[in-house]
Every structure is written in structure tokens, then in C-alpha cells.
Design a protein around this ligand. Structure first.
Ligand SMILES: [Zn+2]
Length: 455
């Protein structure tokens, strides 16, 4: 990989830190009992405000917590239903009067912190924001999946794109992960476009003019999804929101068509892909970032503190899956893996992989962590093949065992489960050995052995 590509890998890692599989807040132990909160959101035509009405069902909540806790002053005009009594917001919490069966409030989009939103202005305005910033939930408990629903009042011709699944009646069903992991939603004056590939329904929002055509973008994203399905059978998410953010490649110091990406599991599956605004259709097929990020979507949500595992699996498979799909040759896949391992080896020696993975962003240890993880994936794949299985089998087992969990699993939990599945402690012992080592895993023999079979 070139220095530019290395820089991009670094940028991708940075982005992951700020918005990707980002830090997971400690979850309250209980779920929100029998309370249901049916939201109706009405974005204004200028996208500067979202008016929200919430009706309560089941057990009446005593206090509500607003999602926009990073800047609760963005929430105003809070009134109880029925009657319209004005209510205060204190430290992100609204105390409800007896008898209230709902509330209304407004969210000032401009006052959400810039970490939480960005805006496309002009004739084709759009706002990207954290979905929990628009919602309230019962204080002191996380809502169970489906306890919160959202309907969109489109009277102002604003389209809302979210990763949430929709019921037949059009209401979005908000999963608990909305409040546990990063995600985005889009308010847009233009309609998103949609397509299906590899069993996944994609909704695509483009945030600025772009040279590539819709057909070219759909082929690129669809091919990436089909490549991932080649490893897992189908893309495990049945719906994904894709936000394309056209950018100037020169500001990234890169000549690549796709600049970097981030995969998020909050509220469903969201991909954020920075693409060169000048990239044409011909420059997209076969690039690695879309495949890498879709591997993240296909994996269950694993604790963000274990990048050696999540990034290692995605980095190994970005080459393997592209070769299987014919995007690159098998020789190119083995060569690129070998070059990546060499970069990881050059950054090794100063601390154990465990220490480098735990502090990857602070230490800028991206090459070390991504490629050591990929090396461990290769070593496991070779060992499994000697036992008549493959790493694909293990990944499918991981997804079926952990895919629906509301709490992210730790890498250790996943590896222990896979030991049980295999019937011997291959996964935990292989990982423990390399996590405790300052040296890069010895992969030469494994790479030669693996390159003797189909990718
Ligand atoms: Zn990644």
C-alpha cells in the first residue's frame, strides 16, 4: 500500500474513533418496562427545526430523558399533553405532570453540536444528525426494541432516511442499539434512492453533486455487498443506510476514487463513505473500502475496544472477498496481504499487540493493529482448513450466535464461543499468544499454505 493509502487507513481509523464503531456508553441494567413512546416528527422545510409529538402507551413514564444530552438546550417549547402545560428540562430530564399522556417539543437543528450533524445548504438542503437527538425515552432505563416508534410527517416535503426498519404501516421501529452505538439519520429535501443486493435493501443519500452516475454507484455498492455475501452467504443486515459524502480527493492527498469509510451499528446498519466528487463510474469497481466497511456491517457488533479483532477480520476479508468475486486476482490478494503484513511488521516491536490495540488511536498504531489482526485471521483460517473447516464457517457461526445481541460482545466472548463450536481452544490460544507478544505474528508459512488454495 502506498503512503497515501496508509494515510487513508489512518484517517479511516480516526473516523472510526469519532463516529464509527464508537465508544459504547455503559448501559443501564434494565429495559423500559411496558412504556411505549410513539413519536411523530415534522421537519421544517428549511430543515432548521424538527417538531416532535410523542404519545405514551402502556405504563405512563414519570420522567423522560431527551436524546440530545450533549446539548439539551437544543430542545425547547416542551409542553405536556393534554393541556399544553409548559415543562422544564433539567439536566436532560423532563419531569411529567400526573395525567400526561404525551408531550410535544422542538429540536433546534442548528444548536445540535457539530459532532452530531452536518448540513448541505442551498436548493438541495440536507441535514445529517444522530437519530437519538430527536427522541425521548423513559428516564433510567433503556427502551426495549420496538418500545419507541417514529412516524414522519412529510407535510413539508422532507424525506427522512434512517437505518431503522419500517413496519408495514410506515412507522419506523427504533431498536435499543440506537441509544448504545453511533448512527446517523438524514433529513433531505431530495428523495433518497434505493436498491436491493445480496439480500440487503440499501437506501442511499448523496450529500453533494457527484460525477459518478446512480447506475455506477449502485454497481459499486451492489458488487461490494455481493462480494461480502460470498463469505457469509448473505449480507446479514437486511437494510442499510448509505450516506455518500462527495469530497475533494486532493484535500485527502489521495488519487483514489473512495477516500475512506465508516460502518455504524447504532439503530441498524449505516455506512458513511467519502467519495471523490470527480470519480467516474469506471474508477469505482474493485476498490477495497466499500468491501471492508460492508464486512463490518456483516459482523455482529463487537466491543469497540477490540479493534485488533474487528479490523483484523475486515482487513483480511477485504482482500479474500474481492479475489473471490473476481475484483482482483488471487495473486494480487496474496501480494496485498503480504505487503500489508510487512507494514504491520515494521510498526511492531515497541509494545504488545494488546497494548497497541487498547490504545490504537492514541498511538496511531493502525498498521500494527489492523494487519496483526489480519495475520491472526489468516493463521486461524489455515488451522481451520487443516480441520476441514474455514474461517468463513467460524464467521457465520459468530453472526448467528451474536448477531441479534443488544449488548456488544467482547472479542474474548466471541473467541470463547468459537472454541466451544470447534471443540478445542484454537481461537483463544491463538489470540492470547499474539496479543501478549511485541513481535508481529509469523505468517510466512501460513500465507504460502493459504495461497495454495482458492482465496
Ligand atoms: Zn474497519
Amino acid at each position: 500500500m502506498t503512503r497515501v493509502a496508509a494515510l487513508l487507513l489512518l484517517l479511516a481509523g480516526c473516523l472510526l474513533l469519532i463516529s464509527g464503531c464508537a465508544a459504547t456508553p455503559a448501559a443501564p441494567a434494565t429495559t423500559g418496562g411496558g412504556t411505549t413512546l410513539a413519536h411523530v416528527i415534522t421537519p421544517t422545510a428549511r430543515l432548521d427545526r424538527v417538531d416532535v409529538a410523542v404519545s405514551f402507551g402502556g405504563t405512563r413514564p414519570a420522567r423522560l430523558r431527551v436524546g440530545a444530552t450533549r446539548d439539551p438546550t437544543a430542545v425547547s417549547e416542551i409542553r405536556a399533553l393534554p393541556g399544553g402545560q409548559a415543562l422544564d428540562l433539567h439536566q436532560g430530564v423532563i419531569a411529567l405532570p400526573r395525567g400526561a399522556n404525551g408531550i410535544t417539543y422542538s429540536v433546534d437543528v442548528e444548536r445540535l453540536s457539530t459532532r452530531d450533524r452536518w448540513v448541505r445548504r442551498g436548493a438541495s438542503a440536507a441535514v445529517v444528525l444522530a437519530p437519538d437527538d430527536l427522541l425521548v425515552r423513559a428516564d433510567g432505563a433503556l427502551p426495549h426494541d420496538g418500545a419507541i416508534t417514529v412516524r414522519v410527517d412529510a407535510r413539508n416535503d422532507v424525506h427522512v432516511s434512517a437505518a431503522w426498519n419500517q413496519r408495514r404501516d410506515g412507522a419506523y421501529v427504533v431498536p435499543t442499539s440506537t441509544f448504545l452505538a453511533r448512527g446517523w439519520m438524514v433529513l433531505d429535501t431530495q428523495e433518497p434512492w434505493r436498491f436491493d443486493a445480496a439480500g440487503c435493501h440499501f437506501e442511499v443519500v448523496t450529500l453533494a453533486p457527484i460525477t459518478a452516475t446512480r447506475e455506477g454507484l449502485e454497481r459499486w455498492l451492489g458488487d461490494a455487498a455481493r462480494a461480502v455475501a460470498g463469505g457469509w452467504g448473505t449480507m446479514p443486515p437486511t437494510k442499510a443506510l448509505v450516506i455518500l459524502r462527495p469530497s475533494n480527493a486532493r484535500t485527502f492527498g489521495a488519487g483514489d476514487a473512495v477516500l475512506f469509510g465508516s460502518a455504524m451499528h447504532g439503530g441498524g446498519s449505516t455506512l458513511l463513505l467519502y467519495i471523490d466528487a470527480g470519480a467516474d463510474d469506471a474508477s469505482l469497481p474493485g476498490e477495497w473500502i466499500a468491501v471492508h466497511e460492508m464486512v463490518h456491517l456483516a459482523m455482529p457488533r463487537v466491543r469497540s475496544g477490540d479493534p485488533w479483532f474487528t479490523e483484523g477480520v475486515a482487513t483480511y476479508y477485504q482482500e479474500i472477498l474481492r479475489a473471490r468475486a473476481g475484483m482482483i486476482s488471487a495473486n494480487d490478494a496474496w501480494r496485498r496481504l503480504g505487503e500489508g503484513f510487512a507494514r504491520g511488521r515494521r510498526q511492531s516491536g515497541r509494545a504488545t499487540l494488546r497494548a497497541e490495540s487498547d490504545a490504537m488511536n492514541a498511538r496511531h498504531a493502525y498498521q500494527r493493529v489492523y494487519w496483526s489482526g489480519a495475520a491472526i485471521a489468516l493463521l486461524l483460517d489455515v488451522e481451520l482448513r487443516q480441520r476441514g473447516r474455514t474461517l468463513d464457517d467460524a464467521m457465520r457461526e459468530m453472526t448467528s450466535a451474536f448477531g441479534s445481541g443488544r449488548r456488544p460482545a467482547s472479542a474474548d466472548e466471541v473467541l470463547t464461543h468459537l472454541d466451544d463450536w470447534l471443540g478445542e481452544p484454537l481461537f483463544t490460544t491463538t489470540a492470547a499468544k499474539h496479543l501478549a507478544s511485541r513481535a508481529f505474528p509469523d505468517v510466512d508459512a501460513a500465507l504460502r499454505s493459504r495461497a495454495n488454495s482458492a482465496p
